[in-house]
Design a protein around this ligand. Structure first.
Ligand code: NI
Length: 406
């Protein structure tokens, strides 16, 4: 089990992407519309700083989020926020401030700031726009993600099953009249990056691969009109696999995630693993307070989360399962089973005060770290031991992730 805490920050900056040794055409092919521009292009960046370390059983915390706020906030204020990166923020006077390079430098700076901490930054995830992001990891590898959207009609069914079997398995979604979705696909590439160039994949290369896939699927009937899909079960798990196969011929892919709706997705990765996940929410109040400590010590430790009358959140939970993917039906997990199992597990916590009303939190205060670790065995049992990754957003700023296999 591997626990991470992700803390979200924003900063605004301008950045110029240009290799002085290249022609304007070469720069354009590599950096796209961001190339050139004497004064840089402006961006509102969202940066997620991801920490890993042991949880202190006494406080229920891996690290006090206010310490992250203070130290990372100071770094961003000093060098990053409201700057022209090429001029104000070294080393971007010599290397281009691409998303990959920015994430890498932020990770280096944050590492130095948490030398004395048992929780260490392990990755920085930089969202440049809602359609693209870059992640830098400690081992020197990078990921870059690109989102595309497409609308398509389909009948959920497998050509390897009879009509009766399809109806039994997929219910109304197997209707021969079809139905439709606005799909959102996140394609993630991986590798190492030459800092002087700064991108995992040149702009033109990734655009043409992604545009070709979108053109193949957008505004099509997936069962009838897409020759490449002949013989594939038309399920979201199977479509994720198809998109991965298609893109991996041209890009150094590591995984795709395909959202069928805002609350259901399937993933396929380079180890040929299929996964499926659902997002659900619950409303709860809570108060971080340790009765063994003085009021003053509690305030110092938990800050405003110690408010005596409590406070609350609309918690968001993302549960992802793995398991045996059935190639014949194209199904990894029955969607209703997945959705209901997560909902039923969360149900007793909904509209309650976690610390005052729920036995699970009598001995352990309801920090995000404790909530995910208390929720994991319950959810895993409800999901037949197939839980792979569990995420909890306390707010958009604070996310806790527990995963099985690192
Ligand atoms: Ni809270």
């Amino acid at each position: 089990m591997y626990l991470t805490l992700s803390k979200r920050f924003e900063f605004a900056a301008s950045a110029r992407m240009q290799n002085p040794d290249w022609s304007p055409e070469e720069n354009g092919a590599y950096y796209g519309a961001a190339a050139g521009h004497q004064y840089g292009i402006g961006n509102n960046y969202t940066a997620y700083f991801i920490f890993h370390g042991p949880v202190d059983p006494a406080t229920g915390m891996m690290i006090n989020v206010s310490v992250i706020k203070e130290r990372v906030g100071a770094i961003l204020n000093q060098r990053w926020d409201h700057k022209f990166l090429n001029v104000d923020t070294l080393p971007f006077n010599r290397v281009p401030p691409t998303p990959e390079n920015i994430a890498r430098i932020l990770l280096l700076e944050t590492q130095a700031a948490f030398d004395d901490s048992s929780a260490k930054p392990v990755a920085v995830h930089l969202e440049v726009t809602p359609l693209t992001s870059a992640t830098a990891y400690l081992d020197g590898t990078f990921e870059r993600s690109f989102w595309i959207e497409f609308s398509a009609a389909r009948r959920t069914c497998s050509p390897h099953l009879s009509d009766d079997e399809n109806e039994q398995l997929f219910g109304v979604a197997s209707s021969k009249m079809g139905h439709g979705h606005n799909y959102r696909l996140r394609a993630t590439v991986t590798g190492r990056v030459d800092p002087d160039r700064g991108l995992l994949v040149p702009y033109q290369e990734r655009c043409s691969a992604l545009n070709d896939l979108r053109a193949m699927l957008d505004h099509k009937n997936l069962n009838e009109e897409v020759a490449e899909l002949k013989g594939w079960p038309i399920t979201t798990e199977s479509l994720a696999h198809f998109c991965y196969e298609h893109l991996s011929n041209r890009l150094p892919m590591v995984r795709v995630r395909l959202f069928e709706t805002s609350w259901f997705f399937a993933e396929y990765d380079r180890d040929s693993r299929t996964r499926a996940g659902v997002l659900r929410e619950f409303h709860a109040s809570h108060r971080l307070h340790d009765p063994k400590l003085t009021d003053e010590a509690n305030r110092a430790l938990y800050g405003k989360c110690n408010n005596p009358s409590g406070h609350g959140h609309r918690y968001r939970v993302e549960a992802t399962v793995d398991g045996e993917f059935d190639k014949r039906s194209g199904v990894l997990a029955d969607l209703n089973w997945l959705y209901e199992s997560v909902g039923n597990t969360l149900e007793p916590w909904g509209f309650k005060h976690l610390d005052a009303e729920i036995d699970d939190f009598r001995e352990r205060t309801s920090t995000g770290e404790n909530i995910v670790s208390i929720l994991w065995p319950k959810l895993d049992a409800a999901l037949a031991g197939r839980l792979y990754r569990l995420r909890l957003w306390e707010t958009e700023n604070n996310r806790f992730t527990l995963r099985k296999d690192i």
